[in-house]
Design a protein around this ligand. Structure first.
Ligand code: NAD
Length: 492
């Protein structure tokens, strides 16, 4: 199947560069608008961004119908052909990456270097996922019979994306869904719809109508999509609270769900680490994307023998981190992405003040932005709050970090595991044997030794406990987009 160029009016022609001034839904190979529109806000300037569609139920029905029609032809296109088209889509994204990076900073707020890293992950993910060995498995063979496990496409997939990594997480659903033979309808977050809509527009140059569609909308859209009878699967990334609603809604028609949800990742710092080298790494990983990262370090347990020195090194490094608009050079932390999240983060400061907690660095008030200019929050370290403090128990999803001392290995493992969440965790030590022993007792989907957040698209990613169900990426992630079929081939 050759790359498709659509010539009808309102559709995409040829390999032209995307226009990032006008934004459309992508339904059945066409760019469409809606009567009612809305817009996002640049969180660094609070200036309005361009209008985007507010999809109606009719738009949802039209997208579902197109996806349903696209399913069989796409599912029966060979794996090699699908892979070729997905790779070509990745190449074209790479060609236009500059525009995505620019707009990602505008709509999400993250510093340009981080936007570049996120967009850079698109090709990395596409190439790695496309290279995975995803074959049928022959599990036994006798003279009478072969037993084969097959992974067959599910049907229409809905991909629901949050606002913290809107490009990488959308592509992390699009690529596996398409590789495994399923059309996908992406719903970006209403806070960050822009790059997601452009990904859909770009995809029209490579895939037949209905294979990749993107709908933007308000708070009605997610529930309409998950309740619709057509999809076979919902791949959801977002908060645990919304994940539960998605699962409830999907249960009505027994849709498959993959839920990539919130986290409250612990990092356990052993007494033998190099403080000067480790403290900056830990702070950088915790404050990445202004703390708005699902698998960022959110609780730091430091051995009591080095607690004071480690805290001092963390504080000194944190003081060097510049807060400001992501477009400015040298900025480490951009704004919080939206008003509701900003208020939520600030409510943590109110609680800390009420509890009389000790703030070692940072604190409430703007970063470098002036009041009213953007949702800036200074990176903040809380010195040994009580273990039941909100900043320890809940995911603040902002640059707010509790440091807590520990003495006994068994008890720090219990404290690290005492969360309802289980997304990521890390252990930091020069003693690999000790670190490995601790790591294997941590209840999280990804556990790192002397690293955190180091993701590999060839490895499955997902959460334990209330951090999620199922995994994305890796061969196991691809299988999540498939039915598993056992084929018994008897000989007579
Ligand atoms: P959210 O749950 O508020 O929203 C996520 C998406 O769900 C958005 O597109 C939203 O419009 C949509 N949505 C909202 N209500 C819905 C409903 N009833 N039915 C269907 N869809 C609905 O999350 P957020 O605030 O955008 O993202 C932050 C959260 O996401 C954090 O908890 C973070 O840890 C988590 N997250 C997890 C991962 C992961 O891979 N585990 C990755 C990134 C973010």
């Amino acid at each position: 199947m050759a790359p498709v160029a659509f010539n009808d009016s309102g559709s995409v022609n040829g390999p032209a560069d995307l226009d990032f001034t006008k934004f459309y839904n992508v339904i059945n190979g066409k760019l469409t608008s809606t009567k009612v529109t809305r817009h996002g806000v640049n969180p660094a300037t609070l200036k309005d961004l361009p209008e985007v569609p507010v999809s109606t139920r009719e738009d949802v029905d039209a997208a579902m119908k197109a996806a349903e029609a696209a399913f069989k032809p796409w599912a029966t296109t060979s794996y090699d052909e699908r892979r070729k088209l997905v790779l070509a889509f990745g190449d074209e994204f790479e060609r236009q990456i500059g525009s995505f990076v620019k707009f990602l900073t505008k709509e999400q707020g993250k510093p340009t270097h981080l936007a570049r890293l996120e967009c850079g992950a698109v090709q990395k993910w596409i190439k790695a996922l496309s290279a995975l060995d995803f074959e049928e498995e022959l599990i036994s063979e006798t003279e009478e019979r072969q037993t084969i496990i097959r992974y067959t496409p599910l049907g229409v997939v809905v991909g629901i994306v949050p606002w913290n990594f809107p490009v990488q997480l959308a592509v992390g659903k699009i690529a596996p869904s398409l590789l495994t033979g399923n059309p996908i309808i992406i719903k970006p977050s209403p806070f960050t719809p822009y790059c997601g809509l452009k990904l859909g527009e770009l995809a029209q140059k490579f895939f037949p109508p209905g294979v990749v569609q993107v709908l933007s909308g308000d708070d009605n859209l997610g529930p309409w999509l998950t309740a619709h009878p057509t999809p076979a699967k919902v791949s959801f990334t977002g908060s645990s609270a919304t994940g539960k609603k998605v699962m409830e809604s999907a249960s009505k028609t027994l849709k498959r769900v993959t839920l990539e949800l919130g986290g409250n990742d612990p990092a356990i710092i052993c007494p033998d680490i190099d403080i000067a080298a480790t403290a900056p790494k830990i702070a950088s990983l915790a404050f990445l994307n202004s703390g708005q990262t699902c698998a960022a370090i959110k609780r730091i347990y430091v051995h009591s023998s080095i607690y004071a020195a480690f805290l001092a090194a963390m504080v000194a490094f944190t003081r060097t981190l510049r807060v400001g608009p992501g477009t400015e050079d040298g900025v480490a932390l951009g704004p919080i992405q939206n008003a509701a999240q900003y208020e939520k983060v600030r409510s943590f400061f109110t609680d800390l003040e009420n509890d009389g907690s000790k703030i070692a660095v940072g604190g409430d008030g703007d970063g470098e932005g002036e009041e009213g200019k953007g949702y800036f929050v200074r990176p903040t370290i809380v010195d040994n709050p009580p273990s039941d403090a909100r900043v320890v128990v809940e995911e603040a999803f902002g640059p707010l970090l509790p440091l807590l001392p520990w003495t006994h290995e068994r008890s720090v493992i219990a404290r690290a595991n005492s969360s309802k969440m289980g997304l990521g965790a890390s252990v930091w030590s020069r003693d690999v044997e000790r670190a490995n022993r601790i790591a294997r007792q941590l209840d999280a989907g990804s556990v790192w030794v002397n690293a955190h957040l180091a993701l590999d698209p060839r490895a499955p990613f997902g959460g334990h406990k209330e951090s999620g169900i199922g995994v994305e990426w890796g061969v196991q992630g691809l299988r999540g987009f498939c039915n598993c079929q056992t084929l018994y081939l008897g000989r007579v």
